[in-house]
Each structure stands twice: as C-alpha cells, then as structure tokens.
Design a binder for this molecule. Sequence first.
Ligand code: SF4
Ligand code: SF4
Length: 104
Amino acid sequence: MSYVITDKCLGERYAVCATVCPVECIHPIDHKGEQFMIIDPEVCINCGLCLPECPINAIVATEDESPEWAKVNKELTPQCKNAPPAPERPRTDPPKKPGNKLVQ
Ligand code: SF4
Ligand code: SF4
C-alpha cells in the first residue's frame, strides 16, 4: 500500500509534496503532455506528510481510493525515479485547471 497522486495534479504540479517527503519518493514526470508527479509505491512509507501539503488535494492515502491512478503512479515510477526535483510553485498560486480549488 502507498499514497497515490491523482489526476488533479496533472498540469498543476505545485511540487510542495515532494519537499516534505522524508524518503524522497515523489518524482516529477510529464504525463499525457502535462506536468505531473508520482509516488514510488515501493519506497513510500505511508507517513502521511505529503497529503495535507498539496494545495489542491490531489493526494489520496490508499491505492483503494484511486486504483486507476495507483496503477499510473506505479507504471511511471521507473521512468522518473532518478529525475531531478521539480521547482516548487507558490501554494497561493491559483490552480490552472477550472475544476481545481485551493484548500486552505
Ligand atoms: S503538491 Fe499536489 S499538485 Fe503539487 S505536485 Fe504534489 S500532488 Fe501535485
Ligand atoms: S506518505 Fe510519506 S513517504 Fe509516502 S509519498 Fe507521502 S510523504 Fe512520501
């Protein structure tokens, strides 16, 4: 079991989640032509620190909450586990997608 980054992150990538991860298992990648981040399910220790950091609630705590995106996170991991960190966006930066809202 692992935390999972869902489709809400697509095109947003605030990257603040990766900064707090104690085991550095959150990695940037382009997915379907949009900026994205994934969690390496083999390395995640389920500490929960990343979830409240995401300004748009794009992270879920279990694979069961988003099996489709759990599969995507797992499949993309080998391609990006050695990628350099993505730059952070300010957490007050308004979301680019109309369906996403900042959570305080
Ligand atoms: S903080 Fe949220 S939107 Fe930003 S990269 Fe992490 S999951 Fe994606
Ligand atoms: S739950 Fe913890 S270990 Fe897993 S991705 Fe989030 S911060 Fe990293």
